[in-house]
Write a protein that binds this ligand. Structure first.
Ligand SMILES: *Cc1c(COP(=O)(O)O)cnc(C)c1O
Length: 230
């Protein structure tokens, strides 16, 4: 069943790439596996997926211990400074850096591990009060400040667009963050590349790809709806 879901998502990605005149290899699919059991992650791993996204440090660490070592783990959720140390060694990319203080802690822990840690700056593109992320007009300044930290590397931007039934409503936001990443790239800041744009979820990943996403983060479309037990 999951293989069928994944096949559908892959077809959609291929179609969106084609519409946009982009190569399929330009887009990385992250399977967002939060709340889902190891057995489901294994199933998707066996279909060839190697990028998994989690939004909680503890869950990411527990799952990582039980799954093959060639998985690239993506931290996509809000990150508390006191938990940075648990994910710094084995995380492929931290998508959710939105303050200097958080970046500073990542830098300290990265230095201890003698690692250069790749990060994205999370931008609250629609300025929703419910969301984390730096405001778009403050993103350049934050990027400049964080770029001076020498044990991390800024690879691009990430955003979580508003929840909507109609992905067309998010197209302008995707265009705005793409433009913002081009503007920041044009500043040619040392230690900053803007090659990665992490945007698009189950409801809008095709639109995001059409507007330049290089990473899409798909949960429900692969694993089905999430049920939360508390
Ligand atoms: C949960 C989550 C996703 C995936 O959402 P779906 O709508 O299930 O695809 C993507 N990005 C982030 C940051 C998330 O927390």
């Amino acid at each position: 069943m999951l293989a069928e879901n994944l096949k559908q998502v892959e077809e959609n990605i291929a179609a969106a790439c084609e519409r946009a005149g982009r190569k399929r290899e330009e887009v990385t699919l992250i399977a967002v596996s939060k709340t889902k059991p190891i057995s489901m992650l294994s199933e998707i791993y066996d279909c060839g997926i190697r990028d998994f996204g989690e939004n909680k440090v503890q869950e990411l660490c527990e799952k990582r211990e039980q799954l093959p070592l060639d998985i690239r783990w993506h931290m996509i959720g809000h990150l508390q400074r006191n938990k940075v140390k648990f994910i710094i060694r084995d995380t492929a990319l931290i998508h959710s850096v939105d303050t200097y203080r958080l970046a500073e802690e990542i830098n300290i822990q990265a230095k201890k591990m003698k690692r250069i840690v790749p990060i994205l700056i999370e931008v609250n593109i629609a300025k929703e009060s419910s969301k984390f992320g730096i405001l778009p007009e403050e993103a350049l300044l934050l990027t400049e400040e964080i770029s001076k930290l020498d044990s991390l590397r800024i690879e691009g931007l990430m955003t979580i667009a508003p929840y909507t039934e109609n992905p067309e409503e998010n197209r302008p936001y995707f265009q705005q963050i793409k433009n913002l990443s081009v503007d920041i790239a044009n500043e040619k800041i040392d230690n900053v590349s803007m090659n990665t744009l992490s945007m698009g979820m189950t409801g809008d990943y095709m639109t995001a790809i059409e507007e330049g996403a290089t990473i899409v983060r798909v949960g429900t479309g692969i694993f089905g709806a999430r049920t939360y037990h508390t």
